[in-house]
Design a protein around this ligand. Structure first.
Ligand code: SF4
Length: 258
């Protein structure tokens, strides 16, 4: 199966999941699915408009040789043009997320902050620097993982994302996940867990316990911004990260002596 077919197959699965989750729905014309190269039996599947838009981008590129990078770039272009919620009015830059196109681990946070909005990169402020330390403590380089957020634009004054903003933005993250196929998702904080799994249980109760997002193992843990305010919680996060490493068959590198 070609890379594109993998992508489309994942999108079809994703669209069906959207339907099963009861999200905003439209009927997709048979012609659209045929143009996408999807089997006709999928023609009656109702799907979200945003997901179809993203999926449609993939047919605009070379279908025979579609590397993961190209898929991510197309999603990035769609994010850059997005005006689906009011956050587009106040953003300086969109923050699609960045990193490896085929990572073992994908980190998902809440939303861009001021530094991220200015640079167009996820997790580059103080919390991002702490995340970098966490990644390196696990034995990875930052560029070996993928780092993204539930929202791709900064909420004013760093307020929490609104439910409607998360709903309309989430298809971008889902599309990225479908392309890069991480082995593990690490959800940073309660907003990430709520956005991905629609769970409202507090992160304190959820952290350290394996969950699943569309077949991908998901580990919830605290957000690095919380660790900046509450350093003792770093130990619990390190426990969670070590569990991820065990799950992946890895062992953490020895801790450097200061
Ligand atoms: S936050 Fe998401 S949905 Fe809202 S404008 Fe930005 S990219 Fe679009």
């Amino acid at each position: 199966m070609s890379s594109l077919n993998h992508v489309l197959s994942d999108f079809v699965q994703y669209l069906e999941n959207e339907r099963d989750a009861g999200r905003g729905m439209v009927e997709v014309p048979v012609e659209v699915l045929n143009e996408l190269g999807v089997m006709p039996k999928k023609a009656t599947v109702p799907v979200s408009k945003e997901a179809v838009k993203i999926a449609s981008l993939h047919r605009q590129v070379n279908h025979e040789h579609l590397p993961g990078t190209t898929g991510l770039e197309e999603i990035k272009a769609s994010i850059a043009a997005c005006k689906k919620c009011s956050l587009h009015k106040s953003r300086t830059n969109v923050v699609p997320g960045q990193g490896s196109v085929s990572p073992e681990i994908m980190f998902v946070g809440e939303a861009p902050g001021a530094d991220e909005d200015l640079q167009g990169l996820a997790f580059v402020g103080r919390a991002g620097q702490l995340l970098t330390k966490m990644i390196e403590a696990m034995g990875y380089k930052r560029e070996e993982v993928f780092i993204g957020n539930i929202l791709k634009c900064r909420p004013p004054d760093n307020r929490p994302p609104m439910p409607d903003e998360m709903e309309v933005c989430l298809p971008f993250l889902k599309a990225q996940i479908a392309v890069i196929k991480p082995k593990v998702i690490i959800a940073l904080g309660s907003t990430a867990v709520k956005g991905l799994l629609n769970l409202t249980t507090g992160i304190t109760k959820l952290r350290g316990k394996w969950l699943s997002f569309e077949g991908i193992d998901l580990m919830p843990t605290y957000h690095p911004a919380y660790l900046l305010r509450n350093p003792p919680a770093k130990k619990e996060v390190w426990d969670d990260l070590q569990e991820v490493l065990r799950h992946l068959g890895r062992t953490p590198p020895p801790v450097k002596k200061r």
